[in-house]
Write a protein that binds this ligand. Sequence first.
Ligand SMILES: Cc1ncc(COP(=O)(O)O)c(C=O)c1O
Length: 393
Amino acid sequence: MSPQTARPAIDLSDLAVNGAPPISNTSIGVISVTLTEADIDAAVSVLRSGMLAQGPHVAEFEERFAKITGAKHAVACANGTCALQLAYGVLINPGDEVLVPAWGYIATASMIVAAGAKPIFCDADPTTYNIDPQDAARKITSRTTAIAATHLYGAPVDINRFDALAKERDLHIIYDAAQSHLATFNNTGLGAFGDAVTYSFYPTKNMTTGEGGMVTTNDQEVANRLRQLRSHGETEKYVHGTIGFNYRMTDLEAAIGVSQLSRLPDLTGQRQHNARAHDAAIAKIEGLHAPVTAPNSEHAYHLYAVRMEVDRFKCTRDEFCAALKAEGVGSAIHYPRSLTRQPVFASEIADHPPVADRLAESLFCIPVHPALSEQEVALVGEALAKVAAAYRM
Ligand SMILES: Cc1ncc(COP(=O)(O)O)c(C=O)c1O
């Protein structure tokens, strides 16, 4: 074979980052926040009523959210961080050890510290990116009282294994579903599992209320205590049984939530549809891997995280993403480092979970949101294939 014919079909000079034409002339963003006229009308009608604080819209939102997630009770609150703080406030005590993923968003772990307890960081599963049940089981001590497991990116953890572990070792289990509103496990909403499940309605999430959060539970007593904690430990008007907070959601936010919730099944379906196209494109690209979902679960694709085998490419993950951007395809890094590498935690960690460290260098999230057109979804796949072909060793 002559040197000319040995030249790969695509090389570095073909990349937009090196001056060649891009795959997409317009930029395909990784995030889209859409408020419809119905959402805006719902908010305006609350504004016109003058009744802005927690009231009937919050009650309606809670009822609908419980139903759609398969839970018996739902307690709305100010944001997803408050939701964690409320759930931990009810289910864990100061001094407890709580198992938490090293790979994920800080709030799941930091609110354990805010509750006076100790986060014990567990490694990630290398293919689902969720907390590894084996590492979690290994890290249980006589002081462990709870597991805080995140359904990361929209993908349920293997709930059968975690529920069994919690039962066997007599632990509470709190699931953080901030990124996974309508994901399912065994064809059931995530609200049906665990002692409590927390959610966020931050604008970039699968649905939004501006800021907002929710805790679902199947235990009436837990729901009562969550409600008290949300409102200064109030048991009746101006009677305070415990120290609590003001973590209430406003009716303005809840009205937007009710409106958004009616579209959420369709929007989630669109995310899943887009993800199927990405799965098919990535299956043909050597060195890149689509996310793997735990058995019997349905991913809600808040984020579509691609795993790159970095040693098969002559570029870093960040250089790969810069090249994608030049092709017109946005991406985002969730997350640039493992939680044990965060300055606030690092000094107390002797062994950094190795899989989480590897994910920090090899994952990137591509656009999967429901506002993408079929053509944009296809262009994302084409850009991935082009950049991978140019950089692959
Ligand atoms: C997994 C996870 N947990 C908790 C939170 C906190 O939610 P909020 O931003 O509404 O406080 C987030 C938000 O990004 C999250 O992704």
